[in-house]
Design a protein around this ligand. Sequence first.
Ligand code: NDP
Length: 460
Amino acid sequence: MADTSDALVFFGASGDLAYKQIFPALQAMVRRGQLNVPIIGVAKAGWGRDQLVARARDSLAHHGGVDEAAFAKLTALLSYVDGDYGDPATFERLRQELGGAQHPLHYFAIPPSMFEPVAEGLASIGATAQARVVVEKPFGRDLSSAQELNRALRRVFAEEAIFRIDHYLGKEPVENLLFFRFANSFLEPIWNREHVNSIQITMAESCGVEGRGAYYDEAGAIRDVVQNHLLQVTSLITMEPPSAADPDAMRDHKTLALKAMLPLSDRDVVRGQFRGYRNEPGVAPDSQVETFVALRLRVENWRWAGVPVFIRAGKNLPVTTTEVFVQLKRPPRLVFEEDHPGHPNYFRFRLSPDVFLSLGARAKMPGEAMRGEEVELVARHQSPDEMAPYERLLGDAMRGDQRFFAREDAVEAAWRVVDPVLGRATPVYEYEPGTWGPAEADRITPPDGWVTPTPPGIVP
Ligand code: NDP
């Protein structure tokens, strides 16, 4: 199925995600001339087309701004189907609205419990055979529910037609990480256990759960960001070079990297919860859900055996930043008589909120003595995403490009890693808001300590 999708149906048109992300992405795609097919919003809000258009305008006014010319074009493409997903008449109306479209893209921006009935409703009107489907995260709550969800979707759609969205993979800096690794030759000889001492990934947010307590209390940090975003990033750092000739090679190698990660055990994980979390609206008064996690991961293959990967993620931490830090080994011997040999060399990939990649090295300080100082060479410093991930990924899905979507086996491999430590498998320790998690997390510390993220060019 090589053709570009000839209609876009988005389920959940009245939802929060549509409001915050999808309408802005659609307007941007229209503005770039990348979207010129019928767009059908579906929801059960009791709306007509006018209300959908009004909702789109309101969404844009709050998220990125209305571009009147692009909005007029977008409006001309929009139509609306109202109805419950449990009602066959909803899908009959959709069939009418689809008209002559042969291979639509269906976007499930709806709760995962709705995926199966909607897929079956689409099958009942014959709108699946040549279609593609984009499904939102979370893809399951654990390994067995992810497998069940995969089975349900696969009853209706072929794997080549399923696009599991992880918006992280559509982020420019995440793609740059991949590009930097495989478009340069100098990294490959050192990107292995002989030269890398440890890898650490920090995903810190200084905010709390911001009114999304009910959602967060069902998830926690491991389900919310580790199983998906951070293990995907880890797979990009640790995967083997893909072959350019094979379009699915990148996903093959990412999956192999995920499969090489050992399932986590209690010893590898410390969970924390910020003080005051249980008073948040929607959060259980005795919640054991983690708002912080620190973990040590092992990637057991020839390239990475013995190189620990440390991940920490959480809310109400001192800063908001996501950063990958790859620390190299020290030189085998000290040549110069320095009191302190300083940090080993490193690579730093800042993924957000600003974007840069840098290399930490030692250089001689001016003067008679052979003494050095640490310097950081910034190879790239750019502004945040020029193209928002949803715009990028929806465009890819319309064209049938699956490179930056998660494949069934990769999703299941990632769940296999975290499955043993989900829920109450380990205790949760309280921490003060604005700190780096509970004191108990000290036992999960990289060999030279956690690196506190600093601005580009400033040695951490
Ligand atoms: P919402 O609850 O805000 O919206 C869900 C949508 O599904 C609404 O349009 C709702 O319609 C519709 N819906 C639910 N049940 C039915 C039904 N039986 N028949 C017809 N329509 C129905 O959810 P979100 O928009 O927040 O999330 C949607 C998906 O995106 C989820 O899978 C979520 O995990 C994922 N996601 C959301 C993010 C976000 O920031 N919001 C971020 C990342 C992923 P109505 O309002 O009319 O009831």
